[in-house]
Design a protein around this ligand. Sequence first.
Ligand code: PMP
Length: 404
Amino acid sequence: MSVTATMSRKADYPGLLTSTGDAWHYLDSAATAQKPQAVIDAMTRALGADYATVHRGVYARSAEMTLAYEAARRRVAAFVGGKEEELVFTRGATEAINLVAATWGEVNVGAGDRIMLSQLEHHSNIVPWQMLAERKGAHIDVCPLTDDGRIDLDALASMLTSEHRLVALAHVSNVLGSVLDVERASELAHGVGAKILIDGCQAVPRLPVDVAVLGCDFYVFSAHKLYGPTGIGALWARAEILDAMPPYQGGGAMIDKVTFAKTTYAPPPQRFEAGTPAITEAVAFGAACDYVSAIGLEAIHAHESALVAQTRAALGAMNDVMLFGPEDSAGIVSFAIDGIHPHDLGTILDEENVAIRAGHHCAQPLMDHLGVPATARASFGLYSDEADVAALIRGIERTKRIFG
Ligand code: PMP
């Protein structure tokens, strides 16, 4: 039996059917993953029979919900090899990066300092740093890519200087699927005294992640790409770094003592979680980690890699298709077809119940580098299977016939 046949778990996912009950070939999991019933059930329970606020109530239900919320924090932290006191819940990866830029960046980046990004970053790992650099008079450097679409670590080694305060890179590219050697990138950053932030959005659903092995200082990700709900994500940061960071937003729950003369702040992670948190989302985030861990990221990675190989082979056999990214892309295949705009392809595929993403994928500097305004992108989840690949290829062949 093929790897893909053993893995397909479509029955767990009510979202994988069309409104008329047909199979929906959902190939946009890099944008957001469909939710397994286990996550939907966890969220429904938290929002229903178990619902109460956290950290404040003296009544039993609130105490239980507080335990569930903090258990979710432990679960999510453990999912990436971290400790609970190092795990801050945020609205998503975007807010996690903005949080680091606004707090750590505020005290650690000054005029003339440098921040190193790469050519393939998502806008959410570019714009917050540009805003910080503008505020502080710091400079942004851009690490180039290798010909096959990886962050060029040899170039990084030669570009880094003692002026660099931070290196911020994607673990897995949301366009190319290329996987960063985070261990080496961390060594290079630390070699010049810089900190390193890893955008793990596309890595956590696809690869086993252990921050202790990776050696990074910050690791950010969103629950909704990891089969969990929207509206919640995580910032993991080394305890001593979090300890030294000033607060992000002010309000309830993040304080130690408030007087009009002076307010003191709670220790991390509470210091960074002002206001009533996303309680139900946190519980469901923990359930998503349980669900993915029970299947195992080694198996998920092997499964998605087999689908990537099939897709790349089928597209590579078409002489009018340009494939982007390396052979060993993690779960993501970007491509362009001569004479067919990705949006037209996406629209015609939709008629065949095949959902892909077409556009710049929030990575306009990467599009400039590739020399295209947009790409078509098929991205897999643990529920994807060979039928999805076959439907994609059939749909592409039909689109090419329509365009003559
Ligand atoms: N980084 C990468 C690599 C992503 O793919 C995404 C989502 N497309 C983000 C950051 C931003 O994630 P979110 O919108 O969930 O905050």
